[in-house]
Design a protein around this ligand. Structure first.
Ligand code: PRP
Length: 213
């Protein structure tokens, strides 16, 4: 049985992804959740985990240093990498929306959009025929309208708390987001049996959870 390398996102998504793998019957150590280690070998499962920044998971998978990975649909849409999307894990569900200060319109001549998703935002505004200037930020996007850097933001909304606590309102719902299981196309061919088995086990849990919801 060949070894499988799985790229896991650190941070928010990790916990849900870890739980899903446990429920799918993988024997993963409990300390994995707390550990600061970036590479964890599970010899009993013949699996190696790489713990990566969510934005970097598709990079590892596209380059084939990870066979599979768990990545947000937001990251996949933004980066458009050559990976196979195998399964919607239905975890970390949220959406991308535009937001801004209440009762405001966008500047008619030079509307500015702050976002960490320049591709998604560009495509969206192009699609609705708006010409905008994209201002790329790396986080705390909600600050932009508050301090006059942008008319709108394009960002993830999960509970809606960050918008609310910063006095912003949602304007347009752009797209739904959840975590996906992705695979390197070559690994998918060479390690097909192992990957298909993993997909089957995860699919069963995902379907059960959807039924129970
Ligand atoms: C994300 C996103 C929003 C927030 C939305 O930020 O960019 O700011 O979560 O969540 P909510 O609707 O539940 O409030 P993240 O915490 O990843 O940090 P960031 O500001 O560094 O992007």
């Amino acid at each position: 049985m060949s070894e499988l390398t799985i790229a896991m996102p650190k941070g928010r998504i990790f916990e849900e992804a870890y739980e899903l793998l446990i429920q799918a019957g993988f024997n993963l150590p409990a300390e994995m959740e707390m550990s600061r280690k970036l590479m964890i070998e599970i010899p009993e499962e013949n699996i190696r985990f790489i713990l990566a920044k969510p934005m970097d998971v598709p990079v590892y998978v596209e380059h084939g240093v990870a066979d599979i990975g768990i990545a947000g649909k937001d990251v996949l849409l933004e980066q458009g990498r050559t990976v196979h999307e195998l399964l919607d894990l239905k975890i970390s569900e949220c959406y991308i929306a535009s937001a801004g200060l209440p009762n405001t319109t966008m500047d008619e001549i030079a509307p500015r959009i702050a976002t960490k998703y320049p591709e998604i935002a560009t495509k969206y505004y192009k699609g609705i025929g708006e010409q905008v200037e994209i201002i790329e930020l790396n986080g705390s996007i909600e600050l932009a309208p508050m301090i006059g850097l942008a008319d709108r933001i394009v960002d993830i909304v999960s509970t809606g708390r960050t918008l609310k606590e910063n006095g912003l309102v949602e304007y347009e719902h752009i797209t739904d987001v959840s975590s996906r299981l992705i695979a390197n196309p070559v690994s998918y061919r060479l390690k097909g049996a192992r990957i298909t088995d993993l997909v089957r086990r995860l699919k069963k849990i995902v379907n059960e959870q959807v039924k129970d919801a």
